[in-house]
Design a protein around this ligand. Structure first.
Ligand SMILES: Nc1ncnc2c1ncn2[C@@H]1O[C@H](COP(=O)(O)OP(=O)(O)OP(=O)(O)O)[C@@H](O)[C@H]1O
Ligand SMILES: [Mg+2]
Length: 366
């Protein structure tokens, strides 16, 4: 169903992403691929749908989920997550004649009996040895194993340099190909940092896939098809004004359609509910990422939301709201907002890409 609010896992339900689907299908035959896109654009959906549609064994590890649970990411948590995902995907792999049991049986601390697989959670599992075993079994099977790391930028918030492990895997594990996604685009770029000679991944070839907004036509046909599928008659007017507010962000459009069709809400309530939901999501992201000088960061965002899009007008606004700010501090704050993807820059003009982030900054005190 097009207006299902969980990530899509079937390419039949993935709307308007034919190019990205074809590109990802080509990329999986290479060692490392990165999928970039701001929040709610459909990165996880692309990943799940494509990986489900090709005949290759895979797992998807959601790093945001690990991060939210503990606020930091220990190696053992990643290892356990990988082991649990392997367990979950056993049936798919059987269909592909790829035996995940062969992998699990080689790992110390895993008990395999006829009916069940027990992971001894009191044990420490080393990430590199698990990956080595996955590689070894894949090599024996003559297959490539896909390891997808969703929201990989969270690995950067951990003390450990996980990009070392990534570079090591790239160089040594020829039968494990890695796909990573990220919504805090600048942080993910810092994490990979391929252009920097000091970086462990320096000089490696990396495929990049960018997930953008739907353009107006695609947004329009997405909503139209979703309403048709749900057998709800909706006027063009409503579709147009929805796109005007929510732009082409797949997640917001889906949520609106879900409110209208599944929750049977009227136009007004549906839109208000999406805006409220967006507000809560954005506030919690800001709270998590920005833990000092919040007023100043907010003032910068307000200025940009109000259309003050160059450096000096932003500075004037921030000064009038929160007092003197040095150019170094303003630059630092702007750089941080850019890295997290809250704001964007094009030809020396700043703007806010997500319409709900923008709305939130305009109605800050609501
Ligand atoms: N191309 C698409 N066709 C249909 N539905 C989509 C598409 N892209 C995204 N969606 C829907 O939008 C919502 C957000 O998608 P998804 O979770 O895949 O995005 P994301 O970029 O991974 O978001 P986040 O940044 O929150 O992780 C989901 O409800 C999903 O079903
Ligand atoms: Mg996602």
């Amino acid at each position: 169903m097009l207006f299902d609010i969980t990530p899509k896992d079937n390419i039949k339900d993935l709307f308007g992403r034919e190019k990205e689907i074809a590109l990802l299908k080509r990329c999986v035959i290479e060692p490392l691929t990165v999928i970039y896109g701001i929040r709610r654009t459909g990165k996880t959906s692309l990943l799940k749908s494509v990986l489900n549609s090709i005949e290759m064994p895979y797992i998807i590890v959601d790093i945001r989920e690990l991060f939210n649970e503990s606020g930091t990411i220990r190696e053992n948590e990643i290892s356990l997550k990988i082991l649990n995902e392997l367990k979950k995907n056993m049936r798919i792999s059987q269909r592909l004649k790829f035996s995940i049991t062969d992998i699990l049986s080689k790992i110390n601390g895993i008990e395999i009996s006829h009916f069940k697989i027990d992971i001894d959670t009191s044990k420490k599992f080393q990430l590199d040895s698990i990956l080595e075993i996955i590689n070894e079994v894949s090599l024996k099977n003559n297959s490539i194993f896909l390891l997808a790391i969703d929201e990989a930028q969270y690995l950067k918030y951990s003390g450990k340099r996980y990009n070392n492990i990534l570079a090591w895997a790239y160089d040594n594990l020829k039968n494990v190909h890695i796909i990573i996604t990220g919504s805090e685009i600048g942080i993910l770029e810092d994490f990979i940092d391929i252009g920097n000679a000091e970086s462990p991944l320096f000089g490696r070839m990396i495929n990049e896939i960018k997930i953008s907004h739907f353009d107006n036509n695609v947004s329009h046909s997405f909503l139209k098809s979703g309403f048709e599928e749900a057998k709800l008659k909706v006027e063009d007017n409503e579709i147009n004004s929805t796109i005007e507010v929510l732009d082409g962000i797949a997640g917001w459009l889906t949520y609106y359609g879900y409110n209208r069709t599944v929750r049977k809400m009227d136009t007004y309530d549906s839109m208000n509910d999406v805006i409220e939901y967006g507000k809560r999501l954005i506030d919690s992201e800001m709270d998590r990422l920005i833990n000092y000088s919040k007023d100043r960061y907010m003032a910068i965002m307000e200025a940009i939301a109000a259309g003050l899009n160059n450096w000096s007008t932003i500075r004037a606004y921030v000064t009038s709201k929160t007092g003197y700010i040095s150019s170094t501090i303003l630059n630092n704050h702007i750089t941080k907002l850019l890295k997290y993807g809250f704001i964007k820059k094009s030809e020396n003009r700043y703007y806010i890409e997500d319409p709900l982030v923008k709305l939130r900054c305009i109605n800050k005190n609501r």
